[in-house]
Design a binder for this molecule. Sequence first.
Ligand code: ATP
Ligand code: MG
Length: 577
Amino acid sequence: MKWSKTHLHTLREAPSDAEITSHQLFIRGGYIKKLAPGIYTYGVMALRSIRKLEKIIREELDNIECSEVLMPMVQPAEIWKETHRWSEMGDGLLKFKNRNDHEFCLGATHEEAITDYIRHDLKSYKNLPMIIYQIQTKFRDEIRPRFGLMRGREFIMKDAYSFDIDKEAALQSYDKMHAAYVNIFNRLGLDFRVVKADSGSIGGDTSEEFHVLAESGEDQLMVSTESDFAANLEVCPAIDPVEASYGGGEALPLEEFPTPGLKTIASLSESVKIDQKNLVKTMFFSLSEGLEDDKSKPIAVLLRGDDEVNPIKIKNHLGLSNPPLLLTETEVQTLTGALPGSCGPVGLDIPVYSDNGLKNYKNFTVGANKNDVHLKNVNAGRDFQVTEYADLRFAKSGDKSPDSKGVLKAIRGIEVGHIFYLGTKYSKAMKAQVLDQNGKAKTIEMGCYGLGVSRTIQAAVEQKNDSDGIIWSKALAPFHVHICNLDPKDSSVNSVVESITSDLEKKNIEVFIDDRKERPGVKFKDADLLGFPVRLTIGGKGVKEGTVDVVNRSTGNKKQVEINNVSIEVEEILNSL
Ligand code: ATP
Ligand code: MG
């Protein structure tokens, strides 16, 4: 492929809304171009990378006998109403009506569509196991699309769905997919980690995420210093390094004291001379389950002053479909009679959930539900009832690893894949059954498996780059070799370019030729920016001497190589990657 025949435009500067490196490099390198927020055109180079990733995905999934289909992107509301996700998914689902007033949405995910696809055709246990996948454009009306392809509104996903006769078989399908994902990410040459994860609105109780490790990753992962334990912070169990306790001994008489202007745990801690970790904070959430009866009921959550409440743990503990929302300041005031900062559990007639970290806390301090007043010597059981103790806080670096091996350390990742064992959530709601060996109708057990195709290629760039540009792995590079033709008007140079290109292409090495009328410096800069593994510099001077410069993009090593040996040298570099 020649640059002069390609719609490829590089930029010196990235636009100001490109906050992370890979987004800047993708825009500067002409890989992607924004049409609207979160909506991009994949340019010629990005598309080649995407196609390579898709090929690897297909090979690995075909290896475990999955079959590929392509489902519609436009889906009727009816199937989403069957599973109640028409309302549960909230505004993330882009809904619209056609001329006949029928409701539709753009496919944000395809559990409903696939279940509808199979439900009348899969009849017997003999048809199972079955894994079906597609690679398709998804649309999610993300509140804050950002970081280019990382969080787009429109993006490409590979989604697969497994169907099995029972849980045991379903977990075998899950394990097969897990292994295929490990193969895929290994083949991409990426540094990645598999972590325990939350199932979100998809459902089910077993799920793992695949993360490409990168400092700028949106997700915080907790990993053990001494074992392979790894979990997304959202679900990582919190276990204190040493069991915490405070204010032991006899329960002392409850006492009010004035705390004018002390609205934060930090200011209260300083004033009463008690460590933040020994103060107790009260947070209020509203549970508006089912959304259909939108009566919301408030709950209080207590935790230590230096801990952070984890709404996903509340959701999972209470079996909600979405994390509960914090009450607003006005709602808190209506409920407790005081502003947040002066509130506590004493005297409230609502469920009170207490974080496990407070189990051994006695005679502690909380807000008095009167503005600018706190209570000291508060004791659970005597002054208020704890509905339940549970793990409701975020784990921290230094906490005990939940597998008791080592301590937790925080790292960051970009979620590129998410696999779920679903159970019968969709098959039950949509009545997808087969007959088992005894001729009895059984609800099919399902799993679903997402892989963000467009996000993954950008994650690869986020992981490997330098100040000059992208450093592609061999597997995902749009081309293997970038030829800078320094004298495109010189026929002897052109014939060397052509013969080297033809030698390389015979070996299935893909070549991109910069044949523009640009200065060498501009061509070198663009080659580094685009980031293909090998750069060849072919110009009049070298050709006269019978040599070509060969540059390894990842090491920066430059070598003058005789024209006849160029293809061998290129092969060596590619093999070393
Ligand atoms: P996230 O937590 O990042 O919002 P998710 O949990 O909503 O992702 P899934 O529903 O599990 O994502 O989708 C499967 C995969 O699709 C994700 O692992 C991710 O790689 C990709 N993906 C999800 N949302 C987006 C998006 N807005 N833009 C690009 N890729 C996405
Ligand atoms: Mg996810």
